[in-house]
Write a protein that binds this ligand. Structure first.
Ligand SMILES: Cc1ncc(COP(=O)(O)O)c(C=O)c1O
Length: 378
């Protein structure tokens, strides 16, 4: 059976050139970058090079780059770091943030009830309105969080507008750019946010590698305390090979060219299954992402049936305590519970072509017919 991988927003296979770079660095720069001898200096050089490359790519100064274990850690660093820095305060965040932000805010606000937060909902197609978002700020707002691109719908959020208003109101602004990196130009000089989080594995870099870019002069209470690495911002011996792998993947994959393929897929989907509903399609989206539902078919069942036919796709619903939860993104968009449980996300990879989209449509039609027969509606 032919297999199709269409879940690049979950993770992207590591590029072979990245593996080669990491292998080479692991073998030749094996020292601890904090050690004062030649082996330590070799490792330090590789780490510094990786930091320079990432900084140059993002148009920031290298001192603002903190290497982390990925998007989840970077997001936790900011939320927990800000909430640990003051006795009380308020956070404004969108209701469609990744759980690494939403749940961290929820858990910490429960632990420290003097902290409050406001969730801002998007429009019915998944985009946050910048004015509504900023209107949720209060006197004591100490952080505003808005992701650059949503992982489920791909919808690009108005981070530039929010950044400018945050500046005027003197509110630190945090952007989760995990799904933005590699999908379109990520120019941090233009964005001018205070904190921006990244992950390497979404674009063919190593898993367990990420970064937080934080503006000079800003201080966060550290999550990781110990050896004082990363200028005291993230203790722990640095993952030098991982950092080199992250640097090596930058600019290697150009996802922006996938718009035509995604649009082709969506046109064909509507022709084949007219009642299929697309999410986020009226807004600018990451080029590789399509989220939709086929009314009457449960997303999880659809996903499993597609898997049996060799298609790796994602559903928007999440597993929590053994229960399937509807997509929080679709719920925030105002979709009814049944729709929020029936969504499917396809995220294409660089190199996919129309033949892949055609095969996917054929697979969806087969599964739809099979499920109808099973439910006696055949
Ligand atoms: C928007 C967003 N933020 C954060 C993360 C977490 O990144 P990581 O897997 O590197 O922890 C993800 C991963 O799916 C994501 O899509």
């Amino acid at each position: 059976m032919k297999q199709y991988y269409l879940d690049y927003n979950a993770t992207c296979p590591q590029l072979s050139e990245v593996t080669e770079v990491m292998h080479d660095v692991a073998n030749t720069a094996f020292g601890n970058p904090s050690s004062l001898h030649w082996a330590g200096r070799n490792a330090r050089r590789k780490l510094d090079d990786a930091r320079e490359s990432l900084a140059e790519y993002l148009k920031v100064e290298s001192g603002s780059v903190v290497f982390t274990s990925g998007g989840t850690e970077s997001n936790n660093m900011v939320i927990q770091g800000v909430m640990a820095s003051s006795v009380s305060g308020h956070i404004v965040l969108s209701a469609i943030e990744h759980p690494a932000i939403l749940q961290t805010v929820e858990v910490w606000a429960k632990r420290y009830p003097s902290w409050t937060y406001t969730l801002v909902k998007p429009d019915k197609d998944g985009k946050i309105d910048a004015t509504t978002f900023m209107a949720a700020c209060k006197e004591d707002t100490k952080l505003a969080c808005l992701m650059w691109a949503n992982n489920e719908t791909g919808v690009v959020q108005p981070v530039f507008e929010v950044s400018q208003t945050c500046k005027v109101k003197n509110i630190p602004f945090f952007v989760d750019a995990v799904q933005a990196l590699g999908k379109f130009e990520v120019d941090l000089m233009a964005l001018d946010a205070d904190f921006v989080s990244f992950s390497a594995h979404k674009i063919g870099g190593p898993r367990g590698m990420g970064a937080l870019v934080m503006k000079r002069g800003l201080k966060l209470e550290s999550l990781m305390v110990g050896g004082g690495q990363e200028r005291g911002r993230r203790s722990g011996t640095e993952n030098v090979a991982g950092a080199a792998g992250f640097a090596a993947v930058l600019g290697k994959l150009d996802y922006s060219k996938l718009t035509d393929l995604r649009d082709y897929f969506e046109v064909k989907l509507k022709q084949a299954i007219p009642k299929a509903q697309l999410f986020g399609a009226t807004h600018a989206r990451t080029a590789n992402t399509s989220m939709f539902c086929i009314p009457g078919l449960e997303g999880e069942t659809l996903l499993m049936q597609m898997d049996l036919m060799g298609f790796a796709v994602a559903s928007g619903s999440a597993c929590s305590s053994g229960k399937r939860e509807p997509s929080h993104v679709l719920l925030a968009m105002g979709a009814p519970d049944v729709q929020a449980r029936s969504s499917l996300r396809v995220s294409f990879g660089v190199g996919d072509d129309e033949a892949v989209a055609d095969a996917l449509i054929t697979g969806l039609l087969k599964v739809q017919n099979r499920l109808r027969q099973m439910s006696g509606r055949g």
